[in-house]
Design a protein around this ligand. Structure first.
Ligand code: BGP
Length: 476
């Protein structure tokens, strides 16, 4: 029976714009994330013109990791982390995205951060782009709808690959690149690609074009990265939400299959180096896209080394009564509640077995190592008068998922690099833009109104996870 690797990367995951703050520090430019106001009561976050520091932009200060990282890393060390997954804010390196020369202060910040991590025995695992491209690339170039953005991204990637080539081994290109498959959700489109759809435009066509350019940029980055340091491991990062048929009705089963194809073709392109046949057929029928033969060669030459993925939940879908033959998956409209599983306060379906299913799905298709780079439970936590947080619900969620993760390694032949629970230190939620939805094992004293001391407190899950790491997953 296989066990977890001896060098298994137990860690924690965050993203620059959700914890750093310092949104204008050290010459940083304005990113897409910096212009998103909060979304309250189920309303999506939205873009607001005229960026001002203020309470409506919680990520501007976030948990001020920019100024607290040294003391935070001491806590990470106490937790026993082997790795720390974060992203490099593109706007610290190229504030507008289209400059010729990088911003030295931004580069220095990550040098200092990575040195501090390494000094404490924690290896950085880095996402190049996590929902925060320079806003200037949106206003001037239209975001990823513009082929020129490939060059800007490749320049950014090349700069940081060269600079940190001896400090970082594991990289990922785009965070949850496939979220934009839900092209009807403006939040996913804007955060992934900086896309604003004009009246009368076909959002689906714009998404496919932008996503193609991102895949080309990702493949170029993989190739260049390997030239800079052949030991680099450069992965995809896919938001994995298994989609089940609501019933054994064959029409529901095929609906779920089309839904999986629609959400996960990104992984086919990044891992196999080519578009799947169904999508080539679909795109040729419906759109006139700029996909050149040279692009297809780039995709083939720049396949990823591993599959990184996030896992929080599963969906279930039901076929419409009169489904047309040429139907497209509609993320929100096609979903039905899966009554066999529980839900979080935000309606996220809690499904640990789905993690084993997901690992098998990737394992069968791509024959690559996997890395679970996000998993976690968002909840409203209560800080007691003596600064404790009794988050047994979070421990229960993580434990159930780690159990399934181990089964996939022990019985299904999965080669798993590591596991980095999301938001292991409280940070700004991507979905709500607020602090209310906490994932951490470390509590940060800051509320939705932006008030608080920013003091850090260990939750019950902190001691629990430390013991999990110490026992390499034996003691859950
Ligand atoms: C993933 C993102 C993260 C993170 C997480 C939790 O989609 O990669 O950035 O925020 O989801 O989502 P939320 O913050 O909306 O609860």
């Amino acid at each position: 029976m296989a066990k977890l690797r001896k060098d298994f990367l137990w860690g924690g995951a965050v993203a620059a714009h959700q914890l750093e703050g310092g949104w204008q520090a050290g010459g940083k430019g304005v990113s897409v994330a910096d212009v998103m106001t909060v979304g309250a009561n189920g309303v999506q976050r939205r873009i607001t013109d005229g960026v001002q520091p203020g309470e409506n932009y919680p990520n501007h200060d976030a948990i001020d990791f920019y100024h607290h990282y040294k003391e935070d890393i001491q806590l990470f060390k106490e937790l026993g982390l082997k790795c720390f997954r974060t992203s490099i804010a593109w706007t610290r390196i190229y504030p507008n995205g289209d400059e010729d020369q990088p911003n030295e202060a931004g580069l220095q910040f990550y040098d200092d951060l990575f040195d501090e991590l390494l000094k404490n025995g924690i290896q950085p695992v880095i996402t190049l782009s996590h929902f925060e491209m320079p806003y200037h690339l949106v206003t001037e170039y239209g975001g990823w709808r513009n082929r020129k953005v490939i060059d800007f991204f490749v320049k950014f990637a090349t700069t940081v690959f060269k600079r940190y080539k001896d400090k970082v081994k594991y990289w990922m290109t785009f965070n949850e690149i496939n979220n934009q498959a839900d092209y009807r959700g403006t939040f996913a489109l804007f955060t992934n690609s900086g896309l604003q759809i004009k009246p009368g435009e076909d959002a689906e066509a714009v998404m496919y074009q932008a996503a193609h350019y991102e895949c080309v940029a990702s493949a170029l980055a993989v190739q260049i990265g390997h030239e800079i340091n052949p030991a680099f491991q450069i992965g995809a990062m896919i938001a994995m939400v298994p989609i089940y048929p609501a019933s054994p009705d064959p029409r529901d089963v095929f609906k779920a299959e089309r839904a999986m194809q629609s959400r996960y073709w990104f992984a086919d392109v990044q891992a196999n180096g080519r578009y799947p046949r169904w999508l080539r057929s679909y795109q040729a029928r419906k759109f006139d896209l700029d996909i050149t033969l040279a692009d297809l060669d780039v995709l083939k030459a720049g396949t990823v080394d591993y599959i990184g993925f996030s896992y929080y939940m599963s969906f279930a879908v039901k076929a419409k009564a009169n489904e047309p033959a040429d139907f497209a998956y509609e993320e929100a409209a096609d979903q039905v509640e899966n009554l066999t599983v529980q839900r979080s306060e935000w309606g996220w379906q809690i499904d640990p077995v789905g993690l084993r299913y997901a690992m098998n799905w990737f394992n069968d298709r791509y024959d690559l190592a996997l890395f679970i780079v996000e998993n976690g439970f968002g909840a409203v936590d209560q800080l007691t008068a003596d600064h404790q947080v009794h988050d047994d619900y979070r421990i229960a969620y993580l434990k159930a998922h780690i159990e399934q993760m181990k089964l996939a390694v022990e019985y299904d032949g999965v080669d798993l690099i590591g596991y980095t629970p999301w938001g292991f230190i409280d940070l700004v939620s991507a979905g709500t833009g607020q602090m209310d939805k906490r994932y951490g094992m470390i509590y940060v004293d800051k509320n939705d109104a932006g008030e608080g001391t920013l003091k850090r407190y260990k939750k019950d899950s902190f001691a629990w996870y430390r013991q999990v790491i110490q026992s390499n997953g034996d003691q859950l």
